[in-house]
Write a protein that binds this ligand. Structure first.
Ligand code: NAD
Length: 348
């Protein structure tokens, strides 16, 4: 475990199994230096336990960086439930997951991620108070996806300004991979501004809905990398920017909501050398955790959320400018700032 390539000094990695409900979950706590670790819970049918562990570790480290970049008093953690979110869910399973979180005594707060929704979080909340993204309750913040999508939309505009000299997206061609919660709301913003959208998803129903309301052109999932689009926006799963996909992209900008978009750390240089401006995922997609943080603070305020989102978009702009001026990969600049902020909290 300690030699795992994605371990990166995690403070704790916790494995839970509940035979009654079939729960198998990993909760990874990367850092609590800035506050309790916070990050969503993903339910996914991994092929192996090693894949589940790797995902938990990478996502949890990403949350440390994301919370630091969003200026939140939170550390980084993430949970993964190993299972099929369409067929394996039950109240018993999420109750067992809630008990697992409670056993960590507040070191980790959970919320929604891929495959997990507000109904599931309501069940978790029957067993623990360390849960956010709820629909009911005094400070309830609900689904974080609309705020994530708003941040991604504004982040895309920020990139466009630097690459095209204007943040106006009308007439811009944008390929959107994944039109679930984040991708769907994002398409609404982009369509409203008059962007020309090319979209794909493995979920035919979601795809049909988004195409119907935005006028987007549907693309086969394996052909999305070949679309002649100026902007590529990944909003499905991670590792989609890799040695095989990068040469196929014609876009000048990669900016989307998905976590862990770069398949390996060296892809940050490869993307830069390909002349593409990459918006670091854990910066551009921080809107959702800002919304969740408002709930964790105990007093939800939409004004506070929008204020934090404004600062985050400014921070993204600073990362992009620093990288462009100094010929550095954007991800490297963002990671340096995030690690500095975490170290400052640890030492302060
Ligand atoms: P979601 O499950 O609602 O949507 C994901 C979509 O991607 C689904 O419609 C799914 O069918 C589709 N998909 C899966 N594999 C695909 C493939 N190979 N090609 C095309 N489409 C595919 O999840 P979401 O909440 O929208 O999250 C999307 C991404 O954004 C994830 O990486 C998540 O970790 C990240 N993210 C989400 C939030 C949030 O607020 N929900 C916040 C930050 C980051």
């Amino acid at each position: 475990m300690f030699d795992h390539p994605s371990y990166d000094h995690h403070e704790g990695v916790h494995f839970f199994e509940d035979a009654d409900s079939g729960l198998r979950a990993i909760i990874a706590v990367h850092s609590t230096a800035r506050g309790p670790a916070a990050g969503g819970c993903r339910m996914w049918q991994y092929e192996t336990g090693e894949q589940a562990l790797r995902d938990a570790l990478r996502l949890s480290q990403g949350m440390s960086f994301k919370n630091a970049m969003a200026g939140l008093p939170l550390g980084g953690g993430k949970a993964v439930i190993w299972g099929n979110s369409k067929t394996d869910k039950s109240p018993k399973l999420f109750e067992a997951f809630g008990r697992a979180i409670e056993s960590l005594n507040g070191a980790y707060y959970t919320a929604e991620d891929v495959g997990v929704d507000t109904d599931d979080m309501a069940v978790v909340a029957t067993q623990t108070k360390y849960v956010a993204g709820l629909d009911t309750g005094e400070a309830a913040s609900g689904d974080p996806s609309p705020v994530t999508a708003l941040g991604v939309y504004r982040g895309i505009k920020s990139c466009a300004k630097r690459v095209f000299g204007t943040d106006d997206l009308s007439g811009r061609t944008i390929a959107v991979q994944g039109v679930g919660s984040v991708g769907g709301y994002l398409c609404d913003h982009l369509a409203k501004e008059g962007a020309r959208l090319y979209v794909c998803d493995i979920d035919e129903e979601e795809l049909a809905k988004v195409c119907a309301r935005t006028g987007a052109t549907r693309i086969k999932t394996d052909e999305i990398y070949d679309v002649d689009a100026e902007i590529f926006s990944p909003n499905a799963l991670g590792a989609v920017i890799n040695r095989a996909t990068l040469p196929r992209l014609k876009a000048k900008i990669i900016a989307g909501g998905a976590n862990n978009q770069l398949a390996s750390p060296d892809m940050d240089s490869a993307v830069r050398e390909a002349g593409i401006l990459y918006a670091p995922d854990y910066v551009i997609n921080g809107g959702g955790i800002i919304n969740v943080a408002a709930e964790i603070s105990g007093a939800y305020s939409r004004n506070w959320v929008i204020g934090k989102l404004n600062v985050l978009i400014d921070t993204l702009g600073e990362v992009l400018d620093d990288a462009l001026q100094n010929n550095l990969p954007t991800n490297r600049v963002a990671e340096r700032i995030a690690r500095e902020r975490i170290s400052a909290a640890k030492n302060g």
